[in-house]
Design a binder for this molecule. Structure first.
Ligand code: FAD
Length: 499
């Protein structure tokens, strides 16, 4: 790069996606690149996206963010998993907790022994007792670092809930301090190179022009560059994920300061509850074909704790993804790349993984088609596997309402159908290399949604019944003892990272 002008990267949009990209590029791309970000205060951001998964810690660590300061600045809290209430049918609940369950013994995953123990009546039926995260979450406790019984129990992974606007502001300060140029204004025109069709220049209201070698489209649902300008098509997944509307409202901080997200199913979708330090985030997700907006707003407000802070805000969306996340010299990230359900808090993670993918494959000044194709192949794989995991929550239900009955009857993607079939035989779960959700994640949702296999792996029969009972009860006791020693979540937050 010495002696030549830097490769210029222009980020269009400054929501969570834009500022995550800007901060990472400022940290990793080095002096051979210049980075500018254009955002419009008048347009604003989508303003939701408060729950994450544990991989966010890798992102923050890579930037070198101090965790306590980050939590203080963003009103953040800890998240050990997601509780699903009423998903199988009203009155049921289970948790998808982060981290392992039990302890693997030799060749087999723990759950194979649990399946045998269940068949023999030696486990009480709940996986929860063998998950450190799940038991800590239900007890309202939190701990960082290795558990005291480190030799015998796995680590305790955690994620965060945070205020998305405060997180973007935190990343903005970080990025600007490292040389990112922020340009305020609305992009009014996009100019393409007549020969290559690549994007060349963005013109803002008032005539200011911004040229670049690469453009990162973080303009939200509209996809100003990837869709409106380049015309990249959209894979519509609403036949599998038909919710198309959400309403969000914050309420006063609740007494029940849970270290987990709650997702409660209702007649035509579900409602989230996300505790932050200064407020509780609430939102209802629904299919507008099954529930009208007024009824959804009333239902949301009827099911929150504490005073609402304003009126519910309506957001429309379409589930699916761009056919190519990278086209010409434009790479779409965040909502510009597509959107699925917020059900498993995966969108911010997909921004993070798109950034990591691009940092690995970023070309010089000229796009290598093979790099672009590999980026798109990896993106498609990630999106499709996450989609399958989300569909599973809806499909395996025993609810009576038409919305839920339609899910039971729907034709599944082949990839999901074969995963369910493999599980329902002898309890096998496979995970391909780049899949986001682990075997233990699938396990909890399969079991939680009421799908139990017909058999188990025959190697699990090799130990005696008394050894099996001892194995199960030791794990249960270790977890119970460990959780009893952990501090309360609210105290932990106020001690380490009170806003
Ligand atoms: P936006 O926030 O919409 O930002 C777009 C940016 O582009 C803004 O700065 C805007 O000003 C700018 N812009 C647009 N057009 C122009 C223009 N012409 N000129 C200049 N600037 C322009 N994700 C999670 O991980 N966890 C969750 O719990 C979660 N919950 C969600 C709940 C709902 C109901 C929805 C809809 C999404 C949720 N998400 C969640 C997704 C999450 O909100 C987004 O992934 C995240 O906020 C990133 O959004 P974004 O930056 O792509 O878009």
């Amino acid at each position: 790069m010495t002696g030549s002008t830097p490769i210029s990267v222009v980020i269009a949009g400054g929501g969570t996606a834009g500022w995550m990209a800007a901060a990472s590029f400022a940290r990793f791309l080095g002096s051979g690149f210049s980075i500018a970000l254009i955002e419009s205060d008048a347009i604003g951001t989508v303003g939701v996206g408060e729950a994450t998964i544990p991989q966010i810690r890798l992102f923050n660590d890579a930037l070198g963010l101090d965790e306590d300061e980050f939590l203080r600045t963003t009103g953040g809290t800890f998240k050990l998993g997601i509780e699903f209430v009423d998903w199988v049918k009203p009155g049921t609940r289970y948790m998808h907790a982060f981290g392992d369950i039990g302890r693997d013994a030799g060749l087999l995953p723990f759950h194979q022994y649990w399946l045998r123990a269940m068949a023999e009546g030696k486990a009480d039926g709940e996986l929860v007792r063998y998950s450190l995260n799940n038991m800590a979450a239900l007890a309202g406790r939190m701990q960082r670092g290795r558990p005291r019984t480190a030799k015998t129990l796995p680590d305790m992974p955690y994620a965060f809930h945070f205020d998305a606007a405060l997180y973007a502001a935190h990343l903005r300060r970080y990025a600007e301090a490292r040389g990112v140029e922020r340009i305020e204004g609305r992009i009014a025109h996009v100019h393409r190179d007549a020969g290559s069709g690549d994007i060349a220049t963005l013109t803002l209201d008032g005539g200011h022009e911004v040229s670049g070698d690469f453009f990162i489209d973080c303009t939200g649902f509209g996809g100003l560059l990837i869709s409106k300008t380049l015309g990249v098509g959209f894979d519509d997944w609403s036949r599998w994920l038909p919710c198309d509307s959400a309403q969000a409202v914050a309420s006063m901080r609740a007494a029940d300061f849970t270290p987990y997200t709650r997702a409660s199913a209702h007649q035509a979708g579900w409602q989230w509850r996300i505790p932050l330090q200064h407020r509780t985030g609430n939102g209802i997700v629904y299919s507008s074909a099954h529930l009208d907006d007024d009824a959804a707003a009333s239902q949301l407000l009827a099911n929150i704790e504490g005073e609402p802070q304003g009126d519910p805000r309506l957001i429309r969306f379409r589930t699916g993804k761009r056919q190519q996340a990278w086209s010409h010299n434009v790479i779409a990230m965040g909502l510009a790349a597509g959107f699925m359900e917020p059900l498993e808090s995966t969108s911010i993670h997909m921004i993070q993984s798109a950034i990591a993918r691009l940092l690995k494959l970023i070309p010089g000044r000229r796009v290598e088609p093979a790099d672009r194709d590999e980026f798109n192949r990896q993106s498609d794989f990630e999106w499709e596997r996450i989609r399958d995991f989300l569909i599973l929550h809806y499909h395996a239900n025993r609810r009576e309402e038409p919305f839920w009955q339609a899910f039971r009857a729907m034709e599944l993607p082949d990839t999901l159908a074969s995963k369910i079939a493999l599980w329902c035989g002898n309890g096998h779960i496979t995970r391909e290399h780049e899949e986001l959700f682990t075997e233990v994640g699938w396990l909890q949702v399969l079991v939680g949604q009421g799908l139990m296999p017909r058999g188990h792996h025959p190697i699990a029969d090799a130990i005696s019944s008394s050894e099996l009972a001892e194995y199960m009860s030791v794990i249960e006791q270790l977890i119970a003892r460990e959780v009893a020693q952990m501090p309360d979540h609210a105290q932990f937050v106020s001690h380490h990272c009170d806003a």
